[in-house]
Design a binder for this molecule. Structure first.
Ligand code: GLP
Length: 241
């Protein structure tokens, strides 16, 4: 595990963007696993800047997103589809068929998991998986559980996650109670993992992630067993280590 400590959120975003840029330059048709949430917002802006300045070419890049709320459609501003298309894909030269997201409106959840599973298999191994972390240690939407998940699934969100994510919704009641997520196994099979975190409210979970016991009750702790993890986090998020 490599840990890169930064002083600010912006510096965290720049360092993480540089790592993703190196990945794309060394393998232009890289498969990137992408994340949403507030943490990667500035990182996506940095990547867009690199594209605009001619430093990066996304024409061969393929991406697969980590998770999606069940029940939110593509036009809903809180859906991860809307987030990715509007905050990132529309501003770079990625080809439309090359980015993949879960469909929150799929009628049959099992079929949707199956469909996405097939996409992941067809892409082969994820070269670089970007991750944020939830306050209870969830990665993607893999909530604390008695076991580490093996297959893409529909997870019931925990109260802590619903409360934390309600900051993005007008009414806390609007936060979906279920979400699709790549499994821990899919994440662990990525060649490289890049975890980003910032802010004081992430300090406790970052301590558990890096120094704590490996347990499915703290899903992010499994990253201690991955052979190529880079953590880029600001000093507040790393303040308890
Ligand atoms: C959400 C997402 C995660 C994300 C996490 C942290 O629930 N499902 O993929 O990493 O919360 O979010 P934030 O970056 O806003 O702290």
């Amino acid at each position: 595990m490599r840990i890169i400590k930064t002083y600010t959120y912006e510096e965290m975003s720049s360092k993480a963007a540089d790592i993703i840029a190196s990945q794309i330059k060394s393998k232009p048709d890289s498969v990137l696993g992408l994340a949403t949430g507030s943490t990667p917002k500035c990182l996506y802006e940095k990547l867009i800047n690199k594209y605009v300045e001619g430093e990066l070419d996304f024409s061969q890049v393929r991406t697969v997103n980590l998770d999606e709320y069940k029940g939110l459609d593509k036009d809903n501003e809180q859906s991860y589809y809307y987030y990715m298309v509007n905050k990132f894909f529309n501003h770079i030269n990625i080809q439309e068929g090359n980015y993949h997201l879960l469909n929150g409106m799929a009628e049959d959840s099992d079929e949707e998991c199956k469909r996405y599973n097939e996409i992941i298999r067809s892409l082969g191994q994820i070269d670089l998986q970007l991750l944020g972390v939830g306050l209870n240690g969830h990665i993607g939407f893999n909530e604390p559980n008695d076991y580490f998940s093996k297959e893409i699934y529909l997870d019931a969100l925990k109260e802590k996650t619903i409360k934390s994510n309600s900051r993005f919704f007008k009414d806390p009641e609007d936060v979906p109670r279920f979400a699709y997520t790549l499994a821990i196994k899919d994440i662990m099979q990525a060649k490289k993992i890049l975890l980003i975190a910032n802010g004081k409210n992430k300090a406790e979970i970052m301590r558990e992630a890096i120094c704590g016991k490996i347990t499915p009750q703290v899903p992010v702790s499994i990253l201690q067993l991955h052979q190529d993890v880079t953590i880029v986090a600001d000093c507040e998020a790393l303040s308890l280590i």
